[in-house]
Unconditional design. Structure first.
Length: 135
């Protein structure tokens, strides 16, 4: 119990030292680096296509911490964070609007995470032609 209280105190001290807006920028930048690392590590053109598509369509109040592409199944699995449940719903709409690229989108496990953000899982199934088109 005392260790948990100490960790809570450390988190609160960190929150007070770095403004929330800067914390969000740091998290977003970290997410972008992790996504880029995934693409560079796999040297997979399909992953690059999916990552560029995702970057173009991601709302400013949404970020991703995990990016996993199964190119054979044309499925992109994401773990994301958003500022609100409304931001998650809006992001879903943005994905679904791209009918040339998206066959189906499913969101799951949306819940409130640390620092009043929402965490969610999403799976995007791309159309048969998505990876054949130059984007």
């Amino acid at each position: 119990n005392s260790e948990v209280k100490k960790l809570d105190a450390d988190i609160n001290a960190f929150d007070q030292k770095i403004p929330l807006s800067q914390q969000e920028r740091i998290i977003n930048l970290h997410s972008q680096f992790e996504n880029l690392k995934t693409v560079l590590d796999t040297k997979n053109p399909s992953a690059l296509t999916a990552l560029l598509w995702l970057e173009e369509r991601t709302r400013p109040d949404v970020a991703y911490s995990k990016f996993n592409l199964d190119a054979e199944r044309r499925e992109l699995s994401l773990i994301g964070q958003a500022k609100s449940s409304a931001a998650i719903a809006s992001q879903l709409e943005v994905f679904q609007e791209d009918r040339d690229a998206v066959k189906n989108v499913s969101f799951a496990n949306a819940n409130v995470a640390a620092r009043n953000t929402w965490q969610f899982n999403a799976t995007i199934t791309f159309t048969d032609s998505f990876f054949r088109k130059s984007r």
